[in-house]
Design a protein around this ligand. Structure first.
Ligand code: UGA
Length: 442
């Protein structure tokens, strides 16, 4: 019976593990989620969700109330929970970028070592973390258990819409050399009406990298086109609208900006390049995508320099937004931080406001924390600034009082790296508007 409720263990309660756990419980399965962070487990048991993810806290609390979702400390406790013998164990631990650019598999390896002997007979171990191609096979040999199938089940959740993406996915990809185990993992999602790609584990692992790297390449391409638009006086918004109407290109993921960032795309691009290079395969398209991305941040700095009339030393610059995209407090590999770092290198005095990022060293890397003054009011950012730079397209920035901002700015220049604001509104307030991929004000 494909629709039967299953018993599932989830290892890791980060944004992937927690979203997966809460959503699977909402689909009727029984889920025990284990995390090594005792404080986090205690909070989660109390329904206290610290990840900013729309709908997640509600689903976690509903899961706890229904008894279909439980939290325990550690991977072993998740698979050996009294009265709960899991059919499927989902590994959702982080695989951060190591110094070499390769994915750091320490958390996956530790998980495998910890659960190895305790895994119930005949269960399926599914890897949701993004892992280098060949990892499922390696995990299988590390396990040394013929009765346990290893399945690759990459996740495609976006931060900020993880619950929505989980419950309404574009596709589910499941790879294994054990067909029955793959079907068992597929049945977890039987209630979601969604295209299913059943394949081998290497292809499933490749599918995730190929997708994220394509998205990065798509954005670098758009950002390059935007640069040419600026030179020839074309408007990137019209160009992109027209491109996107071709279904082979598609409407989404075409917005120019200060470059792509976040905890996933940069890490996956580097890991994929690294794996390819180890295999002796050149990936010039990805190399170029990375180079173009770094260039975007320098281009923003060039615009700021131009706006203030040259030298940035001792010049006050205000930053709107620090997170890598709106709807999240996550600043990992945020292009906004990269821009802030470059401006600080040139001696600019930086003040920043972000609706979700607070002034704590826990949230901001030391380098930025020590060089940027975070304020809790966007108007304070404008005060006495020679230029204002919008770096993250938080919706609330659109409705700021631009007359008031103009009265606070020392020079009336706003650089909108995301084409998020309405140029006419700013111009009406006497502000010089500098967008991305469009003609600057004379
Ligand atoms: C990304 C992928 O979109 C997900 O499909 C994938 O599952 C996830 O990584 C992952 O590997 O776990 P996410 O990191 O949440 O999701 O962020 P995105 O929404 O993809 O944004 C990435 C970056 O691209 C951000 O800096 C964003 O500002 C930028 N971006 C995105 C643009 O500059 N323009 C766009 O049109 C879209």
């Amino acid at each position: 019976d494909q629709e039967r409720d299953q018993r599932i263990a989830v290892v890791g309660a980060g944004y992937v593990g927690l979203t997966t756990s809460a959503c699977l419980a909402s689909l009727g399965h029984r889920v025990v989620c284990g995390d090594i962070d005792e404080d986090k487990v205690e909070q989660l048991r109390a329904g206290d969700v610290r990840i900013l993810e729309p709908g997640l806290a509600e689903l976690v609390r509903a899961g706890l109330e229904s008894g279909r979702l439980e939290f325990v400390v550690g991977a072993k406790a998740a698979i050996a929970h009294p009265g709960h013998i899991p059919d499927v164990v989902l590994v959702c631990v982080p695989t951060p970028m190591s110094a070499s650019g390769a994915a750091d598999l320490a958390a996956v390896e530790t998980t495998v070592a910890v659960v190895r002997e305790a895994l119930p007979d005949g269960c399926a171990l599914a890897i949701k973390s993004t892992v280098p191609v060949g990892t499922a096979a390696r995990v299988h040999s590390m396990l040394g258990r013929d009765d346990v199938a290893v399945v690759s089940n990459p996740e495609f959740l976006r931060e900020g819409s993880a619950v929505e993406d989980f419950l309404h996915p574009d596709r589910i990809v499941i790879g294994s050399d054990d067909h029955a185990a793959a079907e068992r993992v597929a049945s977890l999602y039987a209630r979601l009406n969604v295209p299913l790609v059943l394949t081998d584990s290497v292809s499933a692992e490749m599918a995730k990298y190929a997708a994220n790297c394509f998205l990065a390449m798509k954005l670098s391409y758009v950002n390059s086109v935007a640069e040419v638009c600026e030179r020839v006086g074309a408007d990137i918004d019209a160009v992109v609208e027209s491109m996107g109407l071709d279904p082979r290109i598609g409407q989404t993921f075409l917005r120019p900006g200060p470059g792509w960032g976040g905890p996933c795309l940069p890490k996956d691009v580097h890991s994929f390049r690294r794996s390819a290079s180890d295999l002796g395969v050149d990936l010039p398209l990805m190399d170029a995508a990375v180079a173009v991305n770094a260039r975007q941040q320098h281009r923003v700095v060039d615009k700021v320099r131009h706006a203030v009339g040259g030298d940035l030393a001792g010049i006050r610059v205000g930053l709107l937004g620090l997170s890598f995209k709106p709807g999240t407090a996550d600043v990992r590999e945020s292009p906004a931080l990269a821009v802030a770092g470059l401006l600080a290198d040139e001696g600019a005095e930086l003040t920043a406001f972000d609706p979700a990022v607070s002034n704590t060293p826990q949230q901001l890397p030391e380098l930025v924390f020590s060089r940027v003054t975070l304020v809790d009011d966007p108007y304070h950012v404008a005060k006495g600034a020679a230029a204002l730079v919008l770096l993250t397209e938080w919706p609330q920035f659109q409705t700021l009082n631009w007359q008031r901002i103009a009265s606070l700015l020392e020079r009336h220049v706003v650089i909108d790296t995301r084409n998020h604001l309405t140029p006419e509104t700013l111009r009406g307030a006497g502000i010089t508007y500098v967008g991305t991929g469009k003609d600057a004000d004379p």
